[in-house]
Design a protein around this ligand. Structure first.
Ligand code: PLP
Length: 258
């Protein structure tokens, strides 16, 4: 390895675990672009290749659990991994492969964006895999970033219709074993969009911003990746969430004004 590659490998990387999106709207390419915007290097472990437009998911080819684990191991061997960022997993075997990696490397924090459907239209995670996502993977993660439909689905409950209901569900997910839960309020109504951060031993923190009318795809990928970038750079969880929210807000505002 030459000096440049050795120096690169010593910087904390984010290991990005997720699917590709051929529309370019979401998935691993969004993750890598977001991390690059924060000056953080990424290494990918692809869980699925999707043929997707902005209007629908046409085809999904899932990678084997063995290949997913091998990509993660090789990425870890090649680079210093500061954070694992997890997006689309698709099926139970993939979830278990990622969980087994995290079990073997409990010192590496993991940020889980529990991707279930694409806003382009189409399922990205098998219904049967949701229990594994909650029971096997969630307890190994430092942070989960569900939106309201994902939160409800993980708990097997109807979607929260009020802030107090969302708070109860956020706390219920925390009890499942994750160290922190960021409940994204983007799907709620009102002029202000509020995300709530729940942690084990501290009061919840609200992050509010004016609601924008933009319809940018991949904002969930961006937010979780931007948080992972902050954590990989040594920032606290609260400060990582704050910077990540500001970054995503600016991207939505940019897209809305064309
Ligand atoms: N496709 C892939 C491969 C993804 O990983 C994701 C989200 O993580 C999506 C699609 C969904 O993105 P969105 O709902 O923002 O369209």
């Amino acid at each position: 390895m030459d000096r440049h590659h050795r120096a690169m490998a010593m910087r904390p990387h984010v290991l990005v675990v997720g699917g590709t999106d051929s529309s370019g709207g979401a998935g691993v390419t969004r993750d890598v672009a977001t991390l690059a915007a924060f000056g953080v290097a990424a290494c990918p472990a692809i869980t699925a290749v999707t043929a997707q437009t902005h209007h629908g998911v046409r085809h999904v080819a899932a990678m084997s659990a063995d290949l997913i684990r091998r990509q993660m191991d090789a990425a870890k061997e090649a680079n210093l991994i500061g954070v694992v960022k997890i997006g689309m997993l698709g099926h139970s075997e993939a979830i278990r492969a990622v969980a087994s990696f995290l079990e073997d490397h409990r010192d590496i924090p993991a940020v889980l964006d529990p991707v279930l459907v694409s806003s382009s239209g189409g399922r990205l995670t098998d219904e049967a895999a949701i229990d594994d996502l909650r029971d096997c993977l969630l307890p190994l993660c430092s942070l989960a970033t569900p939106n309201l439909p994902e939160l409800a689905c993980l708990l097997g409950e109807p979607e929260a219709k009020s802030a107090s209901e969302a708070e109860r569900q956020g706390r219920a997910l925390l009890i499942q074993g994750c160290r922190a839960v960021l409940v994204k309020g983007g799907h709620a109504g009102g002029e202000v969009a509020t995300d709530m951060l729940f942690r084990r031993d501290s009061e919840p923190i609200a992050f509010s911003a004016p609601r924008l009318n933009g319809s940018l795809r991949g904002t969930g990928c961006m937010l979780a990746s931007a948080i992972a970038a902050g954590l990989a750079s040594g920032e606290s969880l609260e400060s990582s969430v704050r910077s990540a929210k500001a970054y995503v807000f600016d991207r939505i505002a940019e897209a809305a004004t064309g």
